[in-house]
Design a protein around this ligand. Structure first.
Ligand code: PLP
Length: 388
């Protein structure tokens, strides 16, 4: 059976352009970038080229790019590193209720250490309200952490406004840009971010590599202890082939971004409009205008999202429900609950995230498959009536 992949927000395949530099790098660029001999210096040169390419994607200075193991580590380093760099005493962090666990859980850890954290509520549109963030400020607020684009809804957060609020209050702004980089233009200076996280495997590089932009002069306490790598921001022998792959992926997405995002936006709209036209009692979750171009989150009243994921999987389509399996029970997405969806509707929602491999034909086949699967599952649903 042919398979069609519509889960690019979960991860992306390594692109041919990235593979073309990654395989020779694995074979030939094996030196330790800290070694002074030829092999070490070759690794160092290639690492610095990758840093420049990554900096170009983010519009920052290469010296402000720290390579590390992925989005989760970038978020942990940003949040824990900023808060712990402040002297002991009352400290307060503001974040939102729709962040990824890679942000939520370092915040929970800080709470265990005695730091106060405010999780700002987010409305049905899936966009954090800057006024709400301003209202949450306290004299001891040291950090505001707000994602650039939400992984489940694709909604883009008003970082420019939030960074102004942070600056006026003397707090720093960290943005989790894992779902934004490569999908929408990112200019960390124009956004006003002090720290910005990205992850290789969301932009066609392999898993296990990422980067954190840290504005020059920012005080950041280390969260790991070891050698003096990465300007003493992140110890450990650098994953040079991983960084080379991330640099190549960054360069490729910077050069194709405008064309590819227009193509994906048109495909995503075709998918949404096709589903809404064919499937009764369905609708789009979150704001439709300010979103990453590849993401659609749609509810199908009267059924379980998990069942629909499985039904579509059997037809050859990979999509996601956003639910999390905890202690054997399927929990609805915390993002959908946070924007105020009732539990049943949150459980009845699917995320479709498009990428480079998707075509109009695939989208049309997916619309038909969704329509057929939803009709089959609703026939079996004790709660669904056509008038819902
Ligand atoms: N932040 C967001 C918004 C994400 O979507 C993800 C991954 O899904 C992460 C952070 C974690 O990134 P990584 O998988 O590279 O650790």
């Amino acid at each position: 059976m042919q398979r069609f992949y519509f889960d690019h927000n979960a991860t992306t395949p390594v692109s041919p352009a990235v593979l073309e530099v990654l395989v020779p790098a694995l074979l030939e660029v094996y030196g330790n970038a800290s070694s002074i001999h030829h092999d070490g210096q070759l690794a160092k040169q290639r690492l610095e080229l990758a840093r420049r390419q990554t900096a170009e994607l983010l519009h920052c200075d290469p010296k402000e790019v720290v390579f590390l193991s992925g989005g989760t580590e970038a978020d942990n380093l940003a949040i824990l590193g900023i808060v712990r760099s402040h002297p002991a005493g009352r400290k307060h962090v503001i974040t939102t209720a729709i962040e990824h666990p890679a942000v939520m859980n370092p915040c929970r850890e800080l709470e265990r250490e005695g730091v106060d954290v405010t999780y700002v509520r987010v409305g049905r549109d899936g966009v954090a309200d800057p006024a709400e963030i301003r209202r949450s400020l306290r004299p001891e607020t040291v950090l505001i952490s707000v994602m650039h684009a939400n992984n489940e809804l694709g909604t883009i957060q008003p970082l420019e406004e939030i960074s102004k609020i942070a600056r006026e209050a003397g707090a720093l702004l960290h943005a989790d840009g894992v779902q934004a980089a490569g999908k929408i233009p990112v200019d960390v200076k124009a956004l006003g971010a002090d720290l910005y996280s990205i992850s290789g495997h969301k932009l066609y590089a392999p898993k296990g590599v990422g980067a954190l932009y840290v504005k020059a002069g920012t005080n950041l306490a280390p969260i790991q202890f070891g050698g003096k790598h990465e300007r003493e921001r992140r110890p450990g022998t650098e994953n040079v082939p991983g960084a080379i792959a991330l640099g190549a992926a960054a360069a490729a997405s910077a050069s194709t971004l405008a064309v590819e995002s227009a193509r994906l936006g048109a495909l995503r709209d075709r998918l949404e409009n096709g589903i809404l036209a064919q499937v009764p009692s369905s609708g789009v979750n979150g704001e439709r205008s300010r979103r990453t171009p590849n993401t659609a989150n749609i509810f199908f009243d009267g059924l379980e999202g998990e069942a629909l994921v499985i039904s579509l999987d059997l037809k050859g389509f990979s999509v996601s429900s956003g639910s999390a399996c905890s202690s054997g029970a399927v929990e609805p997405s915390h993002v959908l609950l946070a924007i105020g969806l009732p539990r049943e509707r949150a459980r009845a929602s699917l995320r479709f995230s498009l990428g480079r491999s998707n075509t109009e034909e695939q989208v049309d086949a997916l619309i038909d498959a969704v329509s057929e699967s939803v009709a089959q599952l609703r026939k079996l649903s004790p709660t669904y009536t056509a008038s819902v």
